[in-house]
Design a protein around this ligand. Structure first.
Ligand SMILES: Cc1cc2nc3c(=O)[nH]c(=O)nc-3n(C[C@H](O)[C@H](O)[C@H](O)COP(=O)(O)OP(=O)(O)OC[C@H]3O[C@@H](n4cnc5c(N)ncnc54)[C@H](O)[C@@H]3O)c2cc1C
Length: 411
């Protein structure tokens, strides 16, 4: 790449976010160039074969609840034919009284009908899910192999150009739009529009154009446990996925009668090292006991046979950062996907492609996006003076001084 080639749209980052956005643009007839520092798609946090997807139904801002419902429906329409729809049960908190009628009413308010979310008392939960505990059953909840999904989204296409092993370190405004440079300060490509989907590294990239993003890393370790045939744990292993304090997938019986069970995830704020830790597996054993309500279970029976370790990228307010960076025209962001990479990627693909293509935003409204939701995701929410929401659902920021929000921890 000696002479910088010009592209209409360049996507930086081929994780699940960048891959989904690039694919959506291709589907809409655009030529796309995707650039990644690694030699193939989804080698970083998206190298995750067991990502669960369901609408958020617990505590959280009303916007988060509305957004995850829309995002779940978009993810389901994108991956529903291929993902593993095992259903997901969310037990009620042990220290709270479960009022089934009240929970049903809340689900209804969130437009989550029985096909998506059902409040169950403990007898109903035992009959339907095999878990004797009240809670909410999400029959369409599923898990997705993010890595396979990203590879499928980026399979060869006449309008897709991929640059692998190519790290972008700097952006600069130029008369064609934006010039992208590597660490040797060589101009690699120019682009009319640039989508930055580089997870934590998005912070350094937009830093080169004097925009500061409040992103932080959260290390996570998922454990793959083996349980021997005849171990008492086997009676407790779930046939559905469970989410609560952590999550687990349905246990899988192997030919020799033992079981394989995936349980996650540890949550290490501000940390970004990828070494496996015994302490994280131990944490997951404790979560496992809580998820299946088996406090007396022997931890030693859960033998670690594998891990997935990744670095989540989160913003302080737990929402992803998706949208046009309005104070730098031509730059779009899709980062801070936190623990909801499957959902937010599906949503980012629709929102970013509409903004990149300058769509009639009435189209977005059909997916349930309202102006307040677009503003809640917009990068501009972190910058002083980011109050105006344009009629076309775009947002404006007066400068790039960040307001660091102090929100609850990401899950
Ligand atoms: C333990 C754990 C459990 C999780 N569980 C779930 C779950 O159950 N459900 C769910 O939906 N999500 C889950 N997640 C979150 C999910 O994995 C992430 O949200 C998602 O993978 C993030 O995707 P991404 O594309 O934003 O980032 P990444 O996958 O990290 O991709 C970023 C890409 O950008 C590239 N890149 C970075 N910098 C540059 C640069 N300067 N130049 C070129 N390329 C660059 C990288 O090489 C990488 O390929 C979990 C995460 C962890 C760690």
């Amino acid at each position: 790449m000696t002479k910088p080639q010009h592209h209409a749209v360049v996507v930086i980052g081929a994780g699940i976010a960048g891959a989904t956005i690039a694919n959506e643009l291709l589907e809409r007839g655009q030529a796309v160039c995707i650039i990644d520092a690694a030699s193939s798609p989804a080698t970083a946090c998206s190298n995750h074969a067991h990502a669960i997807a369901h609408p958020h139904i617990g505590k959280g801002s009303p916007r988060l609840l509305r957004l995850t419902r829309i995002a779940f429906l978009l993810a389901e329409s994108r991956w529903g034919a291929t993902w593993n729809q095992h259903g997901i049960f969310q037990p009620s908190k042990k220290d709270r009284i479960f009022d089934q009628a009240e929970v049903s009413r809340r689900l209804c308010e969130l437009h989550l009908d029985d096909g998506i979310a059902m409040a169950l008392n403990s007898n109903e939960a035992e009959a339907l899910c095999g878990v004797k505990h009240s809670g909410v059953w999400l029959p369409r909840g599923a898990s997705l192999d993010l890595s396979k999904a990203a590879q499928e989204l980026l399979k060869p296409h006449p309008n897709l150009r991929c640059y692998w092993d190519t790290r972008i370190t700097r952006l600069e405004k130029c008369n064609l739009g934006w010039m992208l440079f590597n660490s040797e300060n060589v101009a690699l490509v120019s682009a009319s529009k640039v989508v930055i989907a580089a997870a934590m590294e998005s912070k350094a990239l937009v830093g080169t154009i004097n925009v500061r993003l409040p992103l932080r890393p959260v290390r996570g370790q998922l454990s793959i446990f083996s349980i021997s045939a005849n171990d008492p744990w086997i009676q407790k292993l779930p046939r559905i996925a469970i989410t609560g304090d952590g999550y687990c997938l349905p246990a899988e019986r192997l030919n020799d009668g033992s079981y394989r069970w995936i349980v996650g995830s540890s949550f290490d704020e501000g940390e970004d090292d990828l070494q496996a830790r015994d302490s994280s597996d131990e944490f997951n054993r404790i979560q496992a006991k809580g998820l299946v309500n088996y406090g007396e279970g022997n931890s030693d029976s859960l033998k670690r046979v594998g891990n997935f370790i990744g670095i989540r990228c989160v913003a302080g307010d737990r929402l992803p950062i998706i949208g046009a960076l309005t104070q730098r025209p031509g730059i779009f962001l899709a980062t801070a996907l936190g623990s909801r990479g499957a959902l937010w990627s599906a949503l980012a693909a629709k929102l970013i492609s509409a903004q990149v293509l300058d769509d009639d935003f009435a189209l977005l409204a059909r997916f349930g996006f309202a102006a307040d939701l677009v503003a809640a995701l917009a990068p501009a929410r972190f910058f002083a003076g980011a109050l105006a929401v344009a009629p076309a659902l775009g947002t404006f920021a007066s400068n790039s001084k960040p307001i660091l929000p102090s929100g609850p921890k990401a899950k």
